[in-house]
Ligand binder design. Sequence first.
Ligand code: GRF
Length: 196
Amino acid sequence: MSGVNKNIVILISGSGSNMAAIAEAARTRRWEARLGARVAAVISNKAAAAGLAWAREQGIATAALDHTAFDNREAFDAALMAEIDRHSPALVVLAGFMRILTPGFVQHYEGRMINIHPSLLPAFPGLRTHQRAIEMGCRVAGASVHRVTSELDHGEILEQAVVPVLPGDTAETLAARVLTQEHVIYPRAIEKLLSA
Ligand code: GRF
């Protein structure tokens, strides 16, 4: 990804811990000076998302776009696209953004949109990944950073992290263990893309 002024737009729905890890990496690893890249905006479909307040405190531009205020998925995605495109993003980063995206949206950001999924893809696409991994008796679990394509939780895998599934794990304890590794691999995957 060449050029300067590489704007990163991050989409969240909840706590935004991955977003915060990315914003922290941008600061401590001096992405602006080294790579010409900055976190330009954080956008949420939920105004109450804790991550939005955090981003605002960091001086990052934020926006909330309530999907329930739109008649259909297409209308929401069109508005979201307009909001994202104000920042001319080089990279759109989905970080716990809990919406299914329309094909038009995915196509618009093809090649410059990535996601993190809390499983070792191609295992366990979709929801309840940790519970399903425990039920299947998996000895390891993890997370994957991947490019976003029209097929849910598919697309080229860019980074993965593996953690053990321990005796007595619940979906919650496993999720927490995986999340610590998400915070490592997501900034790493982005830095690699920005440096390429
Ligand atoms: C993460 O587990 C991510 O893999 C999944 O949603 C969660 C988001 O957590 N897609 P956070 O909002 O980044 O804290």
